[in-house]
Design a protein. Structure first.
Length: 137
């Protein structure tokens, strides 16, 4: 006997999970808390941003500064091991920089925002503690 999810809850699979997905993918959530299919081999859910953004823990941001500089503000209450990743998706940080705003915690132990002005830069930040703050990885 096969019992289907809709038999138990009266819901179709698409009422719970977003459409799409391929074999081997798992259910994850994006920065806004919405469900989406994720390839576990990739490990991160990348999204493109072109405007100022408040980052969430676990974000992987493909930052496009073609039109203007972009400021990404780090989360205010991170915990040990929280990570955020950045990549210059359009190769324009040298023209229009990425500003990583502290969000209340130091970056590399300094109480200042971080300007990234190197084309094609890719890096991550991991949170250590309130004194050391976000560390480049």
């Amino acid at each position: 006997m096969t019992i289907k999810l809709q038999d138990i809850y009266g819901l179709a699979k698409t009422d719970i999970f977003p459409a799409g997905g391929t074999q081997g993918q798992v259910m994850g959530v994006d920065a806004g808390g919405d469900p989406q299919w994720v390839d576990p081999a990739k490990g991160k859910i990348w999204k493109i941003i072109t405007a100022n953004t408040l980052a969430a823990v676990g974000d992987a941001l493909l930052v496009d500064t073609t039109a203007a500089p972009v400021t990404v503000t780090l989360p205010a209450a991170p915990v040990l091991g929280d990570e955020i990743w950045f990549e210059d998706v359009a190769g324009n940080f040298g023209t229009n920089k990425l500003v990583v705003a502290q969000g209340g915690n130091p970056i590399m132990g300094l109480a200042e925002d971080m300007d990234v002005e190197m084309n094609n830069a890719m890096f991550g930040l991991v949170f250590a503690d309130a004194a050391k703050g976000w560390r480049i990885i």
